[in-house]
Design a protein around this ligand. Structure first.
Ligand SMILES: [Zn+2]
Length: 119
């Protein structure tokens, strides 16, 4: 197994977050058109469930996916790191000014707007 970790590209960070995150990140990934393909979903699941030997083999072929899954599984800051790499934006206004709500929106977009338009 190689000792240096490859850099995780933004789209792969988004693919892995899509599979494991249970918050609004999924809405942001859909809005950013970064939803993983069927194959990528199976690959991420396979990496997550692989034993050490199998994961080492997958690392040879898909180093970025294995590194991203490992970051999420074993690094307590991995989720935040992947979100930073993916540079996700608000699902509504595409602004990058977090924090984001469970619906993947920035606080301004998530705030309920009065129906008559008067604040
Ligand atoms: Zn917004």
């Amino acid at each position: 197994m190689s000792t240096s970790s490859p850099t995780i590209p933004p789209d792969i960070a988004a693919h892995v977050l899509f599979m494991f995150d249970r918050s609004g990140v999924v809405a942001q990934i859909v809005a950013a058109d970064l939803v993983p393909t069927e194959f990528q979903r199976h690959l991420i699941r396979a990496i997550a469930h692989a034993d050490c030997d199998t994961r080492d083999q997958l690392q040879e072929i898909f180093p970025e996916y294995v590194t991203a899954v490992a970051a999420l599984k074993y690094d307590p800051d991995g989720m935040d790191r992947l979100k930073e790499i993916a540079a996700l934006r608000c699902a509504r206004c595409t602004g990058d000014d977090g924090p984001f709500t469970d619906l993947g929106m920035c606080e301004a977009c998530a705030r309920p707007m009065p129906l008559d338009g008067v604040a």
